[in-house]
Each structure stands twice: as C-alpha cells, then as structure tokens.
Design a protein around this ligand. Structure first.
Ligand code: NAI
Ligand code: MG
Length: 357
C-alpha cells in the first residue's frame, strides 16, 4: 500500500515527537511492505514566523489532498501577542473545519505497566481502563449563536445548542463502526431528561443502533457518566456524545490514565482522510531538550493506520511494541517510576522501532 501523509511538526516539542512517530511508521511500513511518504508543511507558530500566516494556503491544500494528516502540536508564549485570528491554534480550527472533521476520538487507555500513575483507587484500576470517547466536534453549543446583551443595566448572555438529525446520525455511525473494531459496545451519553437536543440525540442514535445488531447499545445521562468514569471505567468501550459533554468527559477520561504524554487522538470526517495528534500541547517548558514523551504521537500514528488506512494488524503491532518497551522498564521523564530506566525522546522512538524490527 502507498500512502501520502501530510506532516505538521508544529512548535515546541512538536518536531521532536513527530520525528519519532515518522521513524516508527517507516519501520512498520518496511516490515509489512507499505510505502508511507511524508509531505512536511508549515502550520502554527512556525508558519507565522516563516510567512506571517498561521495556516498558509498551500498547507491547507496539502491537508485536503493527502491521505491523512499527522500533527505534533502548535502554539507557545512566543506568539501570545499575535492577532487573535492568526493565532497558532487557529490553524487547527481552519484545518478541522475545511476537512469537515466532525468526529473526535480520544482513547482512554491505561497501560498496565503504568498503573501507579492513575489517581484512581488501585482496585478500580486493576479492572482495566480501555475505552474511547467519540466526541461530536463541529456542532452543538460551541457552534450555535452566541450573544451578550445589556438590558436595564444588567448583562444577559445566550449560547444556543443546535443539533440536526444528520449531524447526530453521522457521529453515531462513527461510534458504531469504532465499536466494531473494538469490544462491540456503545454507550450514548446525553441529558435527555432535560434537553430537546438530547432527546433528538437519543432518538437518532437508537435508530442508527438498529443497523448494528452486533454492537451492544445503551444510553446514559451525562452526570451519571461523569461518576461512572471514576467509579468503574472498565464498563465502557465506546462513549459517544455531543461536543461540550465530550470536551469535558474526554478530559476526565484522560486524567484517570494519569499521563498526558501517552494519549493519542484522531479527528475524522466523511472521508478516510483524518487528522491524528497527541492530546497534549507544545510543552514549551521542555522543548528542544530531547525530554518529551513521543508515545502519544506514535500511538496517533497507530490510530492513523487503523482508521484512515484500515491497517489493523500494523496498528496493533505499534501498540504491542509500545507495550513491550514499557514492559522492559523504559520510561521518559514524565512517566518515570521506581525501577524505571530513564530514556530520552529519541531513545524511546528507537526502542519502539527495534521492537518492531
Ligand atoms: P501542554 O500540554 O503543552 O503542557 C502541559 C504540561 O505537560 C507541561 O508541563 C509539559 O511539559 C507536559 N507535557 C506535555 N506533553 C508532554 C510530553 N509529550 N512529554 C512530556 N511532558 C509533556 O499544555 P500547556 O503548557 O497548557 O500549553 C502549551 C502550548 O501548547 C500553548 O501555547 C497551548 O495553546 C498549546 N496547545 C496546543 C495544542 C495543540 O496543538 N493541539 C493543545 C493544547 C495546547
Ligand atoms: Mg478540552
């Protein structure tokens, strides 16, 4: 298989972690006979420095015409002063909306080797944490009308939550398809006891669920879900929910795994061309020191193989290699524990590559 991957190394630790992910993808490609070619483009702060624009046109074109996008992170204090419409983060919003990436997938997976990093009770952790939050990304209250008015000397603000059937239907399909590639269970999260958007959400997801008789489906109210994620996360496989609930629940979900440097994410749309990135930012405090944990980015590469290229076996091979390197005790600074063997960002990438070799 031949694929063109658009690469945005970005700012801060971005170049360091993406370089390691590219090494790992090359290694998997060589092992399984695929050719991944990387097309590096500028977006974010580095693009502002180079040409004054956070998202140059040719960069966006490259994202739209390639087979998938791999991103490190963008932004940093250096660009705090730039115009708000040209901030580094705007580049990501621009790419997400131009590519129509309506589904954000964030796995919450605790590697058993890093159990001690979870803030949860060890008995709960022992049951395992391995689920994905599928968050609707371009609708809901974040995209409805916003307004602040002043009446009788008092300000009043409004944010409107809007969902239409087709928006719910397509994200529901993403969730059921994702569950088919996992343990076959979808929990749809809403606030149907209060909100009309949630009642429609539940109606549409229930309808879509009938097309997936092989997937177990249930609903849960969002407040209860927030409790269940800390009480018994092992009950979840795929959680699907609207934009704001997903924003909050996906942060809660990554927190219980204890390590920001380990978690990948993907943003998907109507086509196979998606965007893959670690959940953390550009970590300016450790940039340029070969200290960063590249695993979140490397696992983002694994998600790319699975969701954009349907290379399930190759994707699992990366996950297996990461797990084996952790088994052997190797740790970057952020996940260092008693008895761990401290390695740099590039050494971690090398170790994962040799495990695949
Ligand atoms: P951050 O995620 O960059 O860093 C938070 C803390 O976690 C720091 O102490 C950092 O050193 C550590 N950390 C993050 N990733 C790590 C890794 N891979 N290995 C080891 N340690 C790691 O969040 P922060 O500091 O709030 O934001 C820094 C910049 O990144 C800001 O300009 C922010 O706007 C931007 N940002 C960009 C994102 C993106 O490109 N998708 C997402 C979040 C923030
Ligand atoms: Mg958030």
């Amino acid at each position: 298989m031949k694929k063109n991957i658009t690469v945005i190394k970005g700012d801060g630790i971005g170049p360091e972690i993406v370089t390691e992910a590219m090494k790992v993808l090359d290694k998997v490609g060589a092992k399984y006979g695929h050719e991944f070619s990387f097309h590096e483009i500028l977006a974010g702060g580095c693009a502002i420095d180079a040409c004054g624009k956070c998202l140059p046109e040719q960069s966006l074109d490259a994202c739209l015409t390639g087979d998938s996008v791999l991103l490190g992170a963008v932004g940093g204090p250096k660009w705090d002063g730039v115009d708000k419409n040209n901030r580094p983060e705007r580049a990501l919003l621009g790419i997400r909306s131009a590519m129509g990436l309506y589904a954000n997938l964030r796995p919450a997976k605790l590697f058993s080797q890093l159990r001690a990093a979870s803030p949860l009770n060890p008995e709960i952790v022992a049951r395992g944490i391995d689920f994905v939050v599928v968050r609707e990304l371009i609708g809901g209250v974040y995209f409805g009308a916003h307004d602040t008015v002043e009446e009788n000397g008092e300000k009043r603000a409004t944010d409107i939550m809007v969902y239409s059937e087709h928006e719910i239907e397509r994200i529901a399909r993403t969730a059921f398809e994702t569950a088919r590639k996992r343990r076959g269970k979808v929990t749809s999260v809403d606030k149907a006891n209060v909100l009309d958007t949630s009642r429609l959400w539940r109606e549409v997801v229930t309808r879509v669920s009938r097309e997936y008789p092989d997937v177990a489906y249930s609903d849960m109210l969002v407040d209860n879900t927030a409790m269940q994620i800390v009480k018994d996360p092992s009950q979840f496989d795929v959680i699907v929910t609207e934009n704001m609930f997903g924003d909050i629940l996906s942060d809660e979900a990554s927190m219980i795994t204890g390590s920001i440097g380990m978690i990948p994410s993907s943003s998907l749309g109507e086509t196979k061309n998606g965007m893959y990135e670690p959940i953390h930012g550009s970590a300016p405090d450790i940039a340029g020191q070969n200290l960063a944990n590249p695993i979140g980015t490397i696992l983002s590469g694994a998600m790319m193989l699975k969701y954009s290229f349907d290379l399930d076996e190759e994707s699992a091979e990366i996950e297996r290699a990461v797990s084996a390197v952790l088994d052997a005790g190797y740790r970057t600074a952020d996940i260092m524990d008693e008895g761990g063997r401290r390695v740099s960002c590039s050494e971690m990438g090398d170790l994962i590559c040799s495990e695949i070799g």
